[in-house]
Design a protein around this ligand. Structure first.
Ligand code: WTA
Length: 642
């Protein structure tokens, strides 16, 4: 065992260095990649693009007119072609592309040939429903292969998809359908969740009541639940597939044609439709996926995210499939039917790479090591983390109990907007410090800056920015160019602001400290305080609300709300639960506040701005910071006395 431990990684005074064995077999093991890429970033990304199959090569790698970038100008390609067709000419044709594990333990394996067939057929179904290049298609599905099939089918015919997480409510779905003006919605009769059924089709029906762009709804049969099928509008997936032809030519897309829209939370109540295009995104996600996860043909790669988030888009679907990887896809939760489900799956399929989130790791810690210990995890060789800063304690637990002191951990920092991983170790090159996402990926220029946009000295904190354009960067906010410019590029001209605060340590390592804007990170999911506030004031009893993120042992942060009720409304019995349920109904269960504090007034500055900093201090039970700008100091005292 001892020798085995040495293989992957070596510990030296709190720093974990790549072991000789891992290094010897690694894909990227030459330190010089960093310098070479830094010396000629454009050349680096130009070379990286050669990994894809292009119908027509690009004329120019980058056209940069800040803050508007065009990558691989003039190049033509298709994302679905790169994920499927090109693997059919080699032995990979018969390799497992997706290994699906259902919540009930039902299993299904799709080879690249199988996936190709299903995607082609479904692309033909979409065409038969009048979906043309440029039309938007919304996907509201559980974690089943049809989600990936639907995405790739859209990509095949050049119809940008907008995937809406299956845990979002009908109202959240409606907002996203309306904003994207979707022509077709793809959903399922239901979704399994801890043994019960979430009525996705029912949610879809109520969402559709408020949007008029959707002409057809395609319904995948997953749970067998009885659903309403509206004559002329709703169609069963399996019935349409039976009739569909087996081949559908992949549309020739421009490198800058839109691949998808993905909505994410920002600092206003309205979610932003982050737009990603084809060429740069595919180069970015496939390169990072291969290098960071040290991908080998024989790997069984499991990313536990949902396809409804960017992690699912980039590192379940587009990156891994472009690389011809075998991707494990799991439908359910880690505790169903028992708390060892993840470890059972790893043992069953001999998973080699596990990519998960700190909130999941902290949950496993709470449950204790007996669950992973009851399974054989010796197939694992690399672990990943994403979604929020991983606290060193969780890192050590992951390292010890899951990686068995054998596996490097890649802590990957990135965002919906960045499309691809931006900061991360390269497992054979980078010494790991628990809690730090280490250094930027080659060809990526990240900095920590002060108020004036000047880089801070080593050992200091500041704002995390990206200094140079990168291939998978967002191109705009759907239908709102101003919001793109104002949100990301207005603090310092030509510099992308991430919304995160960070520390740059003495060794030049980055430590992300969390959001500095009004975004809360609950279990790795972004929720805007403004979104929750507008859901609360939508309730007839609420006059005013302010939300903040409060630290939480497992979720990282939880939503805490301060609520002022309308004149004459009594807190009475059950109002608190009613308000929590109201938020869940408006947005989804993930936004449900953990705590609601009722207060006759909110602490405000004399100009009327809510002082969230003070609310944070109150919620955390900390000493109050500066209160001199408060309009009415007694408000805070009253809140503290509660
Ligand atoms: C946070 C998820 C620290 C960060 C891919 C970022 C992280 C936001 C990490 C983006 C990490 C993500 N370490 N913080 N490894 N990964 N974050 O758009 O605050 O859902 O800005 O993308 O999550 O969340 P998003």
């Amino acid at each position: 065992m001892r020798e085995d431990k040495r293989e992957g990684i070596v510990e030296e005074s709190k720093v974990f260095k790549p072991g000789a064995e891992f290094k010897a077999r690694a894909l990227v093991r030459e330190e010089k990649v960093y310098e070479e890429a830094a010396r000629d970033r454009i050349g680096f990304w130009g070379q990286a693009a050669e990994r894809l199959d292009w119908f027509k090569p690009w004329d120019k790698v980058l056209e940069w007119d800040p803050p508007f970038a065009q990558w691989y100008v003039g190049g033509k390609l298709n994302a679905s072609y790169n994920c499927l067709d090109r693997h059919l000419t080699s032995w990979r044709r018969n390799k497992a592309a997706i290994i699906f594990e259902g919540e009930y333990g039902d299993s299904r394996v799709l080879t690249y040939q199988d996936l190709y067939r299903e995607v082609n057929q479904f692309a033909n179904v979409l065409k038969s429903l009048g979906v043309n290049k440029g039309d938007r298609v919304t996907i509201y599905l559980p974690m089943i292969p049809e989600a990936a099939i639907a995405m790739l089918a859209c990509a095949r015919i050049g119809a940008p998809h907008s995937v809406v997480f299956g845990g979002f409510s009908a109202e959240a779905l409606r907002d996203r359908l309306i904003d994207a003006k979707a022509k077709v919605l793809i959903t399922s009769d239901g979704s399994f969740r801890r043994g019960s059924v979430v009525p996705l089709k029912e949610n879809a029906d109520s969402a559709l009541a408020g949007s008029d762009s959707v002409e057809h709804v395609v319904v995948v049969q997953r749970t067998g639940t009885e659903v309403n099928m509206k004559e002329g509008r709703d169609l069963w997936y399996h019935e349409q597939m039976q009739k569909a032809a087996l081949e559908c030519q992949a549309e020739e897309m421009d490198a800058e044609d839109m691949l998808f829209i993905l909505y994410t939370s920002g600092t206003t109540g309205k979610p932003k439709g982050v737009v990603h295009t084809t060429g740069g995104y595919m180069v970015g996600v496939s390169t990072t996926h291969e290098w960071i996860f040290d991908l080998k043909e024989e790997d069984v790669y499991w990313c536990t995210a949902d396809v409804g988030w960017i992690t699912g888009h980039s590192y379940i679907v587009y990156g891994p499939l472009a690389n011809g990887a075998t991707v494990l896809m799991y439908e359910g939760t880690p505790d169903y039917p028992a708390k060892d489900r993840f470890w059972e799956i790893i043992e069953k399929y001999r998973v080699t790479i596990l990519y998960t989130a700190p909130t999941a790791i902290r949950t496993f810690m709470k449950w204790g090591p007996s669950y992973p210990e009851s399974h054989d995890l010796s197939s694992l060789r690399l672990l990943g983390s994403v979604g929020e800063p991983i606290n060193p304690e969780a890192w050590m637990w992951y390292y010890k109990h899951i990686g068995q002191e054998r596996c490097p951990i890649v802590d990957t920092w990135w965002q919906t907007e960045t499309g691809m991983i931006m900061m991360t170790p390269l497992p054979a090159l980078t010494a790991l410090k628990p809690g730090s996402c280490t250094v930027p990926f080659p060809g990526v220029k990240v900095e920590v800056v002060d108020h004036d946009g000047r880089p801070v000295a080593k050992g200091s904190d500041g704002y995390l920015v990206v200094r140079e354009p990168w291939p998978a960067m967002l191109r705009t906010v759907y239908g709102d160019q101003n919001r793109y410019v104002n949100t990301y590029w207005s603090n310092w001209p030509g510099i992308y602001f991430t919304g995160d605060g960070a520390r740059w340590d003495e060794d030049g390592y980055f430590w992300v400290l969390g959001r500095v804007d009004d975004v809360i990170n609950v279990s790795g999911h972004r929720i805007g305080t403004a979104e929750v506030e507008s859901a609360l004031v939508d309730h007839p009893s609420v006059a005013e609300a302010a939300c903040i993120g409060k630290s939480h042992e497992v979720k990282g942060q939880a939503v805490a709300a301060f609520v002022t009720l309308k004149e004459g409304v009594d807190v009475g019995n059950g109002l608190m639960d009613e308000l929590k349920a109201h938020v869940a109904k408006k947005i989804g269960a993930l936004a449900r506040p953990d705590d609601i504090f009722f207060t006759p007034e909110l602490p405000k500055t004399r100009s009327g701005k809510i002082m969230r900093r003070l609310l944070r201090d109150i919620a955390e039970g900390r000493a109050l910071g500066d209160t001199t700008t408060l309009a009415d100091a007694s408000v805070v005292q009253a809140l503290r006395d509660k």
